[in-house]
Every structure is written in C-alpha cells, then in structure tokens.
Design a protein around this ligand. Sequence first.
Ligand SMILES: Cc1ncc(COP(=O)(O)O)c(C=O)c1O
Length: 394
Amino acid sequence: MSHDGDCFLVPGPVRMAQNCLDAMATPTITARGGEYRDVMADLNSGLRAAFNLSPSQAVKKTQSWTGEDQYKVVVVSGSGTAAMEMVIANRFRKNDIVLVPTNGKFGERVAEMSGRFCSVKHLKYEWGRAFDLYELEQQLERKCYEALLICHNETSSGITQDAAAIAEMCQRHGVALILDGITSVGGCEVLPHQWGAEAVVVGAQKCTAGPSGIAAIAINPNFEKRAKIIAKQGDVNPTYYLDLLAALKKGDDDQTPWTPAINLSMGWAAALNNLKQEGLENRWARCSKMANGVRNLFTDIGFELLADRSQRSDTVTAIMYPEGIDDSWRTALGEKYDTQVIGAQDHLKGKMFRVGSMGETPIEEMIEGCKRMLNCFRDFNVEIPQIDVESYFV
Ligand SMILES: Cc1ncc(COP(=O)(O)O)c(C=O)c1O
C-alpha cells in the first residue's frame, strides 16, 4: 500500500479521522439532558482505556468515570495546559514545595506553572539529556517535597523520561508523582496505577487523535483526599473555572460544572473509540515502529538526534539539521512536497525539526513522508545515498 496526498507528521495537533469530524458535526443537543450524559459516558470509558486504567462501561449512570482501580477521569474544557493548571492549582498550597526536573520546553513550563501555585525546586537539565536519577534521589532524601512533577514525554526535545524508575523513587520516599502525559498517554507506555501516579494529564489533539481544545486528567484517591483537605482548611489556591472539587461533584452524574465542550466531546469520544478498536498496546507498537524507523533511517544517513539514545521518544523524534540547512527546508517541504513536520522551539529554533509519530498516522504515510524529506534534503544539496526507506519500517 502506498500513501497519496499530504503527509501530516507533526507531534500534534494530529489529523482527525472522518468519524471524529462527523461526530463533531452533530447538531446541537442540550448540555444537561440524557443525550449528553450518553456522550460523557462514552468519553469517560474511552479515556479510561487511553489512560490504561481499569475499564468502565460507556453507559450513563454507571459511574463511567471511575473503575476498579479507583482512579477517576475528569474532562476539562480547554487544552492540555488548562488541565495541567487544574491539577497543580488544586493539589498544592502556596507553601508546599515541589521538585520539577526538566529537559525541554514543556517541562520548563510545568516548573513555571507550578511557581504560580506553590514553591518549586527546578532541576534544569539540558534539552534532550536524561535526568540524573542519582541527583533526584538525593533531592528526595531531603524529605521536603510534597510532589515530583515531570513532563513525561518531552515533545520539544524528543525524550521520554524513565517514569518507572522515577515512580519507584517517589513511592519509596512517599512523594506524590504527577505527570504531564500530554504526548505520552495513548502513544507509549503509561501505567498510572502501577506507578502510583496521583495525576496524569492528556490533551485530545495528540496521541488520541481528537480535537484541539479539550483535555482530561486521571487522578487517584490520594489526590482527591489531599485536594479536599486543602480546600477544607481554606488554604486552597484561587480557582473558579478550574475548581477540581466542583468537577468532582458532578462526575457521578456524567456532568460537568459548566457548559461542556459538547461537540469536542463527541469528536473525542469517536477518536477514543478508534483507539479502543485498534487496541492500546497495538497503538503503542505502531507509534514505536514509526519512531524507530525514523530514528534508524536518519541516523544511518548521518543525521544527529537531539535526545539521549536510551530514552528516545516513540511519539516524536527531534532531528538536528545538517550543516547549512535551516527552516527554509521545512518551508520547501511543505510547499513542494505537501509534507508537514514541525520546527524547534526557543534556542533550537532553525537548528532542528521534529517528526511526530502519534495518533492514527498509518505507517505508509510515514514512509512516504520520509521519502519526501530525503528528496527535499537532496534539493538542498545534502548528500543522501539511495536508500530503501520501506526496509526501516517492516
Ligand atoms: C508535552 C506537552 N505538554 C504540554 C503541552 C501544551 O499543551 P496544550 O497546547 O494542549 O495546552 C504540549 C503541547 O504541545 C506538550 O507537547
């Protein structure tokens, strides 16, 4: 099978399937009736599958948002950043101290955001470098931290954190673990229950191939308990729209405190059903196969990848431009080859490009996209050998 048409290989927002687009075109329904409760139940059940939590029925009035593992999923009208803010603002008091190791833009944003609601010890590593786990252990031994927050899959630098090892440390030290899983949930292994994570955040437009502007969080009973204690003590950070307790009061009834993003919910529920149908582990495997192919192909022809070899992401690959190439290559790739990849952020702008391998992207599209990328580099006089691109994706 080959791929015709454009290649859309960005690390989110990703292309939405036709059934997701169709679902969003459903004529308006009321926000408070049984029909919307059906949508919410479908969405909750799909979210539990994407978060790798115990299953729930996609049926209203069956507490579809929770399950045997007692995690609850809460839908947030807003992008991933809103969901992350909801988690941080509601979980911490001003004088709590949190540890935030970072190795890219989105981790740095977690640290910055945390600073609005509590005290932060920011361990800033170079973009793409693995955290020094020995240093994290030493920090946790200080016993002053309420939580450790990580951007699990750092989209800006293409590195996935060793969450299992970090979770084990957090459990040993009795420190809460919170993950920005915005580009990992639904795309690579995330085990909230096994890791004992108090909260994990996902954005619809990334690995679950839903629409932009809607997100969700998964929280465990410890999180809920702590948020309630803080509120009771009157020590809570100011929130109104993002008041998690208000959302928790409505969950059992398949409702949200404010008007929900009705049509986005419908689209996301459809996209999550596609994920259920594919199977979570099959989706992880497809993303991994695509990322692995991209990594091996580009390193074999002499390109450098930004992230440390042992922790390269399966949902986004950050590739350094060869000498003499900048983002004008990306413009040409879009204009001449109808292929989209994304550039870099901050200090790496113009120095590298990023290829997304998430959502419902078929392998054929990735293969075709890679061929076009190589041809575009040839147009820019980069010496690229004739290479069997398909063989990297078998
Ligand atoms: C890892 C990560 N965290 C946070 C964000 C911000 O999410 P949003 O743009 O949905 O608010 C992104 C967006 O690319 C991301 O990749």
